[in-house]
Design a protein around this ligand. Structure first.
Ligand code: 13P
Ligand code: SF4
Length: 310
């Protein structure tokens, strides 16, 4: 289908159905262009909480659409493709996590928002990369903590908060793919560059970074820091918004280990969403996120605690 037709139809249907399109920074550029709001996981959860639209179209991955539904039981939550998973969420099976929790009784359970609704029901607190330090620091010092499912974010938080935690051994396939050697090579050619990294990256990458933060944190850093060149270690979709916001700055995506043809890392889960799938889901009102009410209510509790704290 032709792009002009798709854009016109999405705008028409959105108006007709009182829908809002929320998109993560890692979405394809044409989806970012048509979205009503682009944000990181925390900003999108807050936006989903406060929208007065009847329909939320979530252009992101499944756990994000689930979070939107958990926060909005009375709204229709649509998303473009069931295949939009996440290596962190998919690597934390509820049955396995239940056993893991049993092995570590009397621990406060903090889970990164990148997990399934069932995992959230077993959590005391949820966090995103933007508020994780604050959430961990809110837990009394005498309490032991389980952190899941991202071990890289977990290790970073242990260092930052000086708390030891029991870590679930999950990781993000995109943020684990950065090559330290290639990054150093690029830095040697651009010695005045600032390196900005997402805390889902491995610790040897984080050690090189001048700034570590969530997707929106990195965006703000690049916009406000006076440096002219930045090496950005997160999913490459972020560069779309950034290059529009600071066209005068040079933005270099951090190179991945495997890929010799493209210098950057892309999340294949995020990228399954296309403008055509977005149009079809808005037109046909499917796929729709539906959750059993008891599961939704239980998953809501740790998300609400997070939102109160952030
Ligand atoms: P944030 O949106 O919190 O920066 O997380 C990045 C991510 O990997 C989302 O899936
Ligand atoms: Fe999951 Fe990583 Fe993709 Fe984010 S970038 S959706 S954490 S696989």
């Amino acid at each position: 289908m032709n792009k002009t037709f798709l854009v016109q139809e999405i705008l028409r249907l959105k108006h007709e159905k009182n829908a809002v399109i929320l998109a993560h920074y890692y979405q394809n550029e044409d989806i970012q262009e048509i979205a009503d709001f682009i944000g990181d996981s925390l900003e999108l959860a807050k936006k989903a909480q406060n929208t007065d639209a009847d329909i939320i179209v979530f252009a992101g991955v499944l756990f994000m659409a689930e979070t939107a539904k958990i926060l909005n039981p009375d709204k229709k939550v649509l998303f473009p493709d069931w295949e939009a998973g996440c290596s962190l969420a998919d690597g934390c099976d509820p049955e396995d996590f239940k056993m893991f929790k049993q092995q570590h009784p009397d621990h406060v359970v903090v889970t990164y928002i990148n997990c399934a609704a069932e995992i959230k029901t077993m959590s005391d607190l949820v966090c995103t990369s933007a508020n994780a330090k604050k959430i961990i620091n809110s837990i009394p010092e005498d309490k032991k903590i389980i952190f899941a499912p991202d071990q890289n974010l977990g290790k970073y938080l242990e260092k930052e908060t000086k708390r030891e935690m029991v870590l679930w051994k999950g990781s993000c396939v995109v943020h684990e793919a950065f090559s330290l050697d290639k990054l150093i090579e690029i830095y040697k050619k651009n010695p005045t560059a600032k390196i900005a990294a997402h805390p889902e990256s491995e610790s040897h990458i984080l050690k090189t970074a001048h700034y570590i933060g969530s997707t929106s944190g990195i965006t703000n850093f690049v916009k406000t820091d006076p440096a002219a060149v930045f090496i950005v270690a997160t999913e490459a979709g972020i560069l779309h918004e950034l290059s529009k916001a600071v066209p005068e700055k040079t933005l270099i995506p951090a190179p991945s280990k495997e890929d010799n043809t493209c210098a950057c890392s892309e999340c294949s889960f995020m990228k399954v969403n296309t403008l055509e799938k977005l149009y079809l889901c808005l037109k046909n009102e499917t796929p729709e996120m539906v959750l059993p009410e008891t599961l939704r209510k239980e998953a809501l509790k740790p998300i609400e605690r997070m939102l109160e704290l952030s």
